[in-house]
Design a protein around this ligand. Structure first.
Ligand code: EPZ
Length: 433
């Protein structure tokens, strides 16, 4: 199993290009099920989660090919297949994104129920009630969600808000079914995340009729069919934020090319409050320059345009070396604090009280062996390792490979001393030698 060895303490310098947004690419690829005709996608990151989605699509009769220039071309070749099996869905919760497109286009779906998750309970009840409002009958049994959409129709007004705000992939699912449902659907409390906006614009490019894109109220007028189209996925705001944190935490000067500052207001404002110099670079990116230890700030994760939960762990890493105490409150996934114990192993002073972590800044973290346990927690540990004194080994980096494209190459190009190793392979080679 691969791990990263990081020799910390080197300020990062230089330029790096952000990849396409994983969380936009996943529902958008799933929505290619809706197309009559081929779709071409640019800026889809080459990630484990994307490869999983393409395998699920293959199971569902959607052929795909990645061309030499990175473009992915998809084409529906078999519309009879409607089952997303457990073996694939269990490896990625976002597999649930095929449910809405299958019901919209094929009027039937059998999707394995997504399993547990280390970042806390992640129910799909809102997806299901939203789809039921469109006339879909849903049965859950044997670990599968079976949907019959023979009576699919516009759902009138339906509400997608839950106890922690709107649901992102739930909005993607209901939207992707409603675009082919005869009549009008009004989704209230729709997620406004840029990834959902990108999906909605993609659906419109296919011929869908959607008003209110980017707002909590989406008005959808069902159309009879959707055509294939070409689409360029938005840049990944979470990867960009992670790279900016790495630049700031190592006391460096990093420019992230291709990042979209308009999608990142909350994290950028927080960086500035910490005393990090943040500049826009000529229509094509963002530059951060650190000036000494960050000032403490309070972070509260919220639905967009609030501060994203997917950057909570990385900002906590940065606050571990702030000049004072910070409060980090998680309002989307109150249990998403698995990184805390690992950061503590690196000398961080963090106390957890319910959904809040109180972070008492220390001057420096020290390198240690740590364990990655989910995607963003792993990113936080890598950032912490880059800034820490001495060597950090981050085990189980397959988590990070789910969502960050060539992360060690990108960080290496900025001067980081990071390398990927496989201890099992090394041991075997030593035994042979
Ligand atoms: C999406 O997950 C993202 N995944 C997550 O990114 C992200 O953390 C999350 O949105 C929040 O921004 C993708 O886009 C593929 P939700 P999703 O439904 O859609 C509760 C990453 O690191 N809820 O918006 O599954 C839920 O428990 C990942 O890239 C219900 O109660 O999240 C949570 O508290 C991890 N009932 C809140 O709503 C439901 O039916 C928001 O979840 C659905 C959700």
């Amino acid at each position: 199993m691969d791990q990263f060895e990081i020799d910390g303490g080197v300020p990062l310098h230089g330029e790096v290009r952000v990849s396409g947004a994983k969380n936009a690419a996943l529902p958008i690829l799933a929505a290619s099920i809706l197309a009559d005709g081929p779709c071409r996608f640019e800026r889809i990151p080459d990630l484990r989660d994307i490869r999983t989605m393409l395998r699920i699509l293959a199971e569902l009769g959607v052929r795909s090919e990645r061309l030499d220039d990175g473009t992915i071309v998809t084409e529906v070749v078999d519309t009879d297949r409607v089952c997303a099996p457990y073996e694939l869905v269990k490896t990625m919760r976002a597999s649930i994104c095929v449910l809405g497109p299958l019901l919209g286009r094929r009027r039937r779906a059998e999707v394995s129920f997504p399993g547990g998750c280390v970042i806390g309970p992640r129910p799909v009840d809102l997806h299901l009630t939203g789809l039921e409002a469109l006339g879909v009958s849903i049965e859950v049994g044997g670990g599968y969600i079976a949907g019959d959409a023979a009576a699919l129709r516009g759902g009138g007004e339906l509400y997608l808000g839950g106890p922690f705000g709107p649901t992102v992939t739930g909005t993607a699912n209901v939207l992707s079914a409603a675009v082919l449902a005869p009549g009008t659907t009004v989704i209230q409390s729709a997620a406004c995340e840029p990834e959902i906006v990108d999906l909605a614009h993609f659906l419109v490019a296919m011929g869908a009729r959607i008003e209110g894109i980017g707002s909590p109220t989406l008005v959808i007028r069902g159309v009879e069919r959707l055509r294939g189209t070409s689409w360029r996925v938005i840049p990944d705001r979470i990867e960009a934020g992670t790279l900016l944190c790495a630049g700031a935490m190592t006391g460096g000067d990093v420019t992230v090319r291709g990042a979209d500052p308009t999608a990142m207001t909350a994290p950028l404002v927080l960086l500035q409050r910490m005393g990090v110099v943040v500049e826009r670079v000529e229509d094509d990116g963002l530059r951060v320059r650190a000036g000494g230890r960050p000032r403490p700030v309070d972070v509260v994760t919220l639905p967009y345009p609030g501060f994203p939960t997917d950057l909570q762990a990385q900002f906590m890493a940065l606050l571990c070396v702030a000049d004072g105490n910070s409060f980090v409150t998680e309002k989307i996934y109150p249990e998403r604090f698995i990184h805390v114990a690992e950061l503590q192993r690196m000398g961080a002073r963090i106390r957890k009280e319910g959904p809040t972590a109180i972070v008492q800044g220390v001057e420096r973290l020290s390198g240690a062996p740590v364990m990655a346990s989910d995607l963003r927690a792993s990113a936080a540990l890598v950032i912490a390792g880059l800034a820490a004194e001495g060597r950090t080994t981050v085990e189980r980096v397959y988590h990070i490979d789910r969502g960050y494209e060539r992360i060690e190459e990108k960080l290496g190009a900025l001067g980081a001393r990071i390398r990927r190793t496989d201890p099992a392979r090394q041991e075997a080679a030593q035994a042979e030698g």
